[in-house]
Design a protein around this ligand. Sequence first.
Ligand SMILES: Nc1ncnc2c1ncn2[C@@H]1O[C@H](COP(=O)(O)OP(=O)(O)O)[C@@H](O)[C@H]1O
Ligand SMILES: [Mg+2]
Length: 241
Amino acid sequence: MTQPIIQISNIQKSYGDKKVLKGLSLNVEEGEIYGFLGPNGAGKSTTIRILIGLTDCQSDKLKLAGLKPFPRNTDFLKQVGVVQESQNLYENFTVFENLKLFANLLELNLERVSEVMNELNLNGHKETKAKELSKGFKQRVLIARAFLHEPKILFLDEPTSGLDPIAADKVHRFIKELKKRGTTIFITSHFMEEVEELCDRVGFLRDGVIVEEGVPQDLLQKYSAKRLKDIFLEIMGEGNE
Ligand SMILES: Nc1ncnc2c1ncn2[C@@H]1O[C@H](COP(=O)(O)OP(=O)(O)O)[C@@H](O)[C@H]1O
Ligand SMILES: [Mg+2]
């Protein structure tokens, strides 16, 4: 048996006196789409920041593709890509310049930038400044940037938040395409329909730990629920606040 590509056991993370993660454990298999679910403030983005080595934590085990994320090093950064919650492009740079900058950092040639721009239909906006792009387009540039180096693991933090259905659908299609190519995807989202459509497995984060986890279909049966949203409400909703 191959080892899970993401292995985390007993992550603890505090900000000041506030404990955000209190023993978070989960595994993700290579090629899976894992939906990481939880209410606002549950610690989803914090977890992603830990998993991509932007911040340290205490843990018993923390390995991605066999490597420790923190402190960050080049070997590790080649394995992971991330679209963070904030649309952190260089606003005064064009689409092409934004991608080129990352390509340089990752020591990729410009052909790869063209390839990715083609794939995400960004060519029409090659010379458009980031600040002039719609939210949906920006998100496509961010996904292109995260995927330039064809990372084994892609982190998507609420990738369709604020997008119209057409823009969101474009993102969904690309996620499915990446899955076909074997990319492991770790995604957070508040859209339970999207999660049902995309995710092989989901984990529910509450009070700093995973309180439920499984294949969406299995969970629907277990909870006699029609929709994942009902399970979310049952686990996180009134009475659990
Ligand atoms: N840099 C930080 N400094 C202090 N508190 C933080 C920081 N980042 C996140 N938090 C707090 O940690 C908790 C979890 O935040 P976050 O991971 O962003 O949650 P989520 O992504 O699930 O909405 C929140 O209470 C938030 O206020
Ligand atoms: Mg968040």
